[in-house]
Design a protein around this ligand. Structure first.
Ligand code: SAM
Length: 292
């Protein structure tokens, strides 16, 4: 009797798809991903790095239209990334969108000199000539002469504690068109809430929200971002706040995107002031109401 091949072997062969090609965005340099240790030396993705890459790409999806907006108006573009760390974001933005745009320049600002040195070496190795790295705090970078007086886009991704606030001051001073923030925890507001807890109990029943330390920390953190949004609005920015989906493993996945619209929300400054008074936070006026 004639032997019949099993069904699986008779099925038409599926076209081979490279699993890497399915994940990588067009134009993405494999070399860069190896250097960033997102890909292994033999060009493979592991579970962790697949997640990291997905996250960075996800954020890039939000930033790409902002780059297009700036480059649609002018030939040049400057982007400053604060608390850059290993500069994943800067390198991937440059590689995907700015490599072929001779007028674009990315600046990474970072306090750890070892990370700054590594980023400089990597940019030199890859020939990413229009990437510079500053060994400075965000606050110092506001006045340094190593940066141009105007910066079009400011990003700060999990920049520690009040570094996000400094990044806002930087963006205001540099008249940034777009600001992209994924704040880290900020302990300052919670500390001031805690300091005036007893007075607040007599002043507002809202103080029940920060009766317990864990609530104070979480409320302080939420409140910080509310104040930051009002601050940006009072300076003429429109603000979108959303969740950075895909960052579920991180508690800090709030994405704030602000765009300069030259139309300050009329009552934003007033509301900010009222909140600071109501919650006994007047000593933070310089942080949220001060001008850069
Ligand atoms: C949590 S890491 C985030 C790194 C990177 N943005 C990312 O998301 O992969 C925060 C980085 O901010 C840097 N940093 C903290 N405070 C800073 C400050 N005031 N100015 C500049 N960099 C700061 C730290 O050294 C660290 O590398």
């Amino acid at each position: 009797m004639k032997r019949v091949a099993p069904l699986a072997s008779r099925a038409p062969k599926a076209a081979y798809t490279d699993p890497l090609a399915e994940v990588l965005r067009p134009g993405q340099s494999v070399e860069l991903l190896k250097e960033l240790h997102i890909l292994t030396r033999d060009g493979k993705l592991n579970q962790d790095s697949r997640r990291k890459l997905k996250q960075v790409y996800h954020l890039c999806n939000f930033i790409e239209p902002l780059l297009e907006d700036v480059l649609g108006r002018q030939d040049t573009l400057t982007l400053a990334d604060h608390g850059a760390g290993k500069s994943y974001l800067g390198f991937i933005l440059y590689d995907l969108f700015l490599k072929a745009r001779p007028g674009a320049h990315i600046y990474g600002i970072e306090t750890r000199d070892d990370l700054v040195e590594k980023s400089r070496e990597l940019a030199a190795r890859l020939g990413f000539e229009r990437m510079s790295f500053l060994n400075a705090t965000v606050a110092e970078s506001i006045t340094t002469e190593s940066l141009p007086p105007r910066i079009d886009i400011v990003t700060a991704l999990h920049a520690c504690n009040t570094a996000t606030d400094d990044a806002i001051q930087f963006a205001l001073a540099k008249q940034a068109r777009h600001i992209v923030l994924v704040p880290c925890c900020q302990a300052e507001v919670a500390a001031v809430l805690r300091k005036h807890k007893n007075e607040s109990f007599g002043k507002t029943p809202l103080s029940e929200i920060w009766r317990h330390p864990i609530h104070t920390r979480e409320f302080g953190s939420q409140l910080t971002n509310v104040l930051r949004c009002l601050q940006l609005e009072s300076h003429g920015y429109t603000v979108t706040v959303t969740e950075l989906v895909g960052w579920e493993h991180s508690l800090k996945n709030e994405l704030i995107i602000a765009t300069r619209a030259n139309a300050p929300r009329r009552n934003a400054r007033e509301r900010l002031q009222q909140i600071l008074i109501e919650l006994n936070l007047q000593e933070l006026e310089a942080r949220f109401l001060g001008t850069p």
